[in-house]
Design a protein around this ligand. Structure first.
Ligand code: ADP
Length: 578
């Protein structure tokens, strides 16, 4: 029940529209019922050959109700869809806001297809929640009470029969359908998520699947998941079919019961014969309200499932807590890392182990070491993707937790190896870092990462479309576009995570020789496993299992013949043997 209230809470801003929509929905059904009732009165009265004047009110009534029914139906659709789309945008913005706080630390464990299915499929399911699950129930409550009272005003017994028939068909039957369709509805939502995950995996790994000749296995897998999804759909269709059949039986049963009770009443003169015709037709028409309710019952469960999945994700505690009143980040931040330790999970070893690093403004340091030694973890903590556990990061003496993560990230140019290239033009990909930048700025940063000549050769220049995940460009170009995007931020601090891994030796050497001027008046933390072009840096930290095992500049480190020297030797031996 808590879930339903929480879901209904999203509709609060739309209260006025929902009221209008309920009124137009009820008016549509009321006009339909009125039309049939008036028509029945007209036809039954005409059988007694009254003067045309006696029928004129009913004739006008039929015309009025016939036209107004169409108008109300139109208004109902218009308003209910307006509510739908507004609800969709409320849900999307809410979910996106939640993801913003959770990314990347809390989202890392979700598969992309699952995330996609929650962000698109589940929200799409919920945007129909009002039109298909809530609105029919509200209209049915109004209609059951209203029509039963109307018929009851002519004959109480018939009024009760209608009330009982409508209640069973509109509320008891859908409740049973709800209970029986709960299983298949849950299964369907889960299966859809698995299906989209499987499809996404297959599409992303298409090249590997072809290379390793795994097409048949992949097809079998997709087939199996599709069949399971179909099975869940068939389960739902069964309960829907059964409910439609029962709905027809109950409607016709109520009409028959009305006649059974009504005919003797006409015989005894307790009820006018014409009114019996009117009541019977009103009864038939009023059951129209129960048809969407049967579907609402099924929809109710898939909506709750979708809501459960969305809330489960949104309710996670973000990995970092934002300050209530943030301190503003200084223009030229001096960073001190003190006694910093960190582990990703309680049962994993420390990824950062009692680190002390000084990065006063303008200092340039490199983090080197083997894979898994904890280099990227330090950048993650500086970016505040995670919070350090024991220990602290101080900016001008103030703990990093007291700054707004958003403002902090605006001051840091972060270039990660997995940085995304979006499916849009080169210009738009670069402008992401600085929307106000001019073309001249874009060309300048591209030039500084050695892509100036390449852009000149592109037929559409900055308007070149980079394609799905930047597939139309090479790994090295992609990496330099990411670097150019970072440089466009013109930030006081830069964190570079392996910015040259995909480059050929010549381009790498040329680019690194430019780093000295590019980062001249900025702080730099450069993560690299290649020990190339480090001679100009203030400090090199050698990491091993999250600990700094050696520190100094290149000259002192080579002289001391320690871990750095060993890594340097291995690298030089390898490059000589190539
Ligand atoms: P490096 O950048 O030196 O290759 P990382 O900082 O990426 O090393 O990783 C340090 C350690 O933390 C490794 O043992 C790695 O497996 C682990 N690690 C990195 N990211 C995560 C994560 N998101 N969840 C759990 N463990 C992680």
């Amino acid at each position: 029940m808590k879930l339903v209230w929480r879901l209904l809470g999203f509709m609060k801003p739309l209260r006025g529209w929902i009221l209008i929509s309920t009124m137009t929905g009820f008016s549509t059904v009321a006009a339909g019922v009125g039309l049939l009732g008036t028509s029945a009165y007209l036809i039954a009265s005409a059988a007694f050959h009254p003067s045309i004047a006696e029928l004129s009110v009913a004739v006008v009534g039929v015309r009025f109700l016939g036209i107004s029914r169409g108008v109300f139906r139109y208004l109902d659709r218009l308003v209910s869809h307006h509510v739908n789309f507004r609800l969709l945008s409320i849900l999307r913005i809410w979910f996106y806001d939640c993801l913003k706080l959770l990314a990347p630390a809390r989202l890392i464990h979700y598969q992309r297809g699952d995330l996609l299915s929650r962000a698109i499929g589940d929200i799409d399911t919920l945007d129909q929640f009002y039109v298909r699950a809530v609105s029919p129930v509200i209209s049915a409550i109004f209609a059951t009470v209203g029509f039963s009272m109307l018929v009851g005003s002519w004959n109480v017994r018939l009024g009760w029969i209608l009330a009982a028939g409508l209640s069973v068909t509109s509320f008891v039957l859908p409740a049973l359908v709800y209970i029986f369709s709960r299983g298949p509805a849950k299964q369907l939502v889960d299966q859809r998520a698995i299906l989209s995950q499987t499809m996404l995996d297959t599409l992303r790994g298409a090249a590997e699947i072809i290379v390793f000749q795994q097409q048949e296995e992949e097809l079998t897998q997709i087939n199996r998941v599709s069949l399971q999804t179909n099975r869940a759909q068939v389960g739902l269709a069964h309960s829907q079919g059964l409910s439609n059949g029962m709905n027809a039986v109950l409607t016709q049963g109520t009409v028959a019961l009305m006649l059974l009770v009504g005919i003797p009443l006409v015989r005894t003169g307790e009820l006018d014969g014409i009114m019996l015709a009117v009541i019977v037709l009103i009864t038939m028409a009023s059951f129209e309200i129960s048809i969407p309710i049967a579907q609402a019952a099924q929809f109710w469960e898939s909506s709750l499932q979708a809501a459960r999945r969305l809330f489960e994700m949104a309710d996670q505690q973000p990995a970092i807590i934002e300050p209530v009143i943030p301190v503003s980040v200084p223009e030229k931040p001096n960073i001190l890392i003190r006694n910093l330790s960190f582990q990703y999970h309680g049962n994993l070893p420390l990824a950062a182990d009692h680190l002390n690093i000084d990065i006063p403004y303008g200092r340039k340091i490199a983090l080197v070491g083997e894979n898994g030694s904890g280099k990227t973890t330090i950048l993650n903590l500086l970016m505040r993707f995670w919070d350090c556990q024991p220990g602290e990061i101080l900016i001008d003496g103030i703990p990093v937790q007291e700054f707004s993560p958003k403002e902090l990230r605006q001051r840091i140019g972060y270039v990660s190896p997995g940085g995304a290239i979006f499916q849009t033009t080169l210009r738009q990909n670069l402008l992401l870092a600085n929307p106000g930048a001019l073309d001249a700025d874009l060309l300048r940063v591209l030039d500084s990462v050695q892509l100036g000549e390449w852009v000149q050769t592109l037929p559409d220049g900055l308007d070149t479309w980079l394609g799905a995940s930047g597939l139309t460009i090479s790994g090295g170009q992609l990496q330099r576009i990411q670097l150019a995007r970072g440089l466009l931020m013109d930030a006081p601090i830069y964190l570079l995570d392996e910015p040259t891994t995909h480059l050929d030796v010549e381009t790498e050497t040329r680019l690194i020789s430019l780093f000295r001027s590019i980062f001249q008046n900025r702080s730099l933390v450069w993560v690299t496993h290649r020990l190339v072009g480090l001679d100009w840096l203030d400090e090199i930290l050698v990491l091993d299992n999250g600990r700094v095992v050696e520190r100094g500049n290149q000259h002192t480190l080579l002289e001391s013949r320690g871990r750095f020297y060993q890594l340097w030797e291995i690298q030089n031996r390898l490059s000589l043997s190539e």
